[in-house]
Ligand binder design. Sequence first.
Ligand code: ARG
Length: 234
Amino acid sequence: GSGTTTAESMEIVAGTAPGFPPFEEKDGGDLVGFDIDLLEAVVEATDYELAGWDEYEFGSLSPALQNDKIDVIAAAMTINDERDESIDFSDPYYDANQAILVANDSGFSPSEMADLEGQTLGAQKGTTGESVVQDTLIPDGIVSEDQYNSYDNYVFAVEDLVNGNIDAVVLDTPVADSFVAEREVSVAFTYETGEQYGFGVREGDSELQTALNDGLATVREDGTYEDLVAKWFK
Ligand code: ARG
């Protein structure tokens, strides 16, 4: 129920998947984070108006976009060829790699992928962290399929890690740093994937895509982008 066009305003609805600090998380009942502030500033710089935010599990965002439930995804979503087949992306707005997160009290300190052999791993469903496990670690025989737990949310994966139910979590580096600051966990090592996040728009919605790109350029030029980085990444 979105994409309402009138002479004065073009309202859009944004979708995100909280539980991914500092990009999107719940603070009490409030949805907050870098993506929230950034998209709001970007849309403010366009002729569009942000009517509101809807929350989904990460894997449900692209279907919601395709089914017109939302008009834009702001969810630290990595731009990649597979996703580019079904949705379009704005210009990149943040870089990331993958981190291997372990519990501080576990005594487990792997330094490379081979050290994960036979361990139990967790990642969020539908993410690039999950792809590292499914497309690299399982095919390489480092872990078996039943040594991998797929979670609806990274918050649950980190909870299981802290409780000793799994041995490591594979997730984006900036988010790993955020969990390190909040929980008794550390980054054992990082794995270079060279990811870049973009806002997702419906395939062919080049009007919104162009507006978001222009808006991103504006907030980079006027210092807003830098201020938001300073606010959310410490
Ligand atoms: N960057 C990763 C990906 O695109 C993880 C994104 C997860 N985002 C979230 N809001 N939970 O797959």
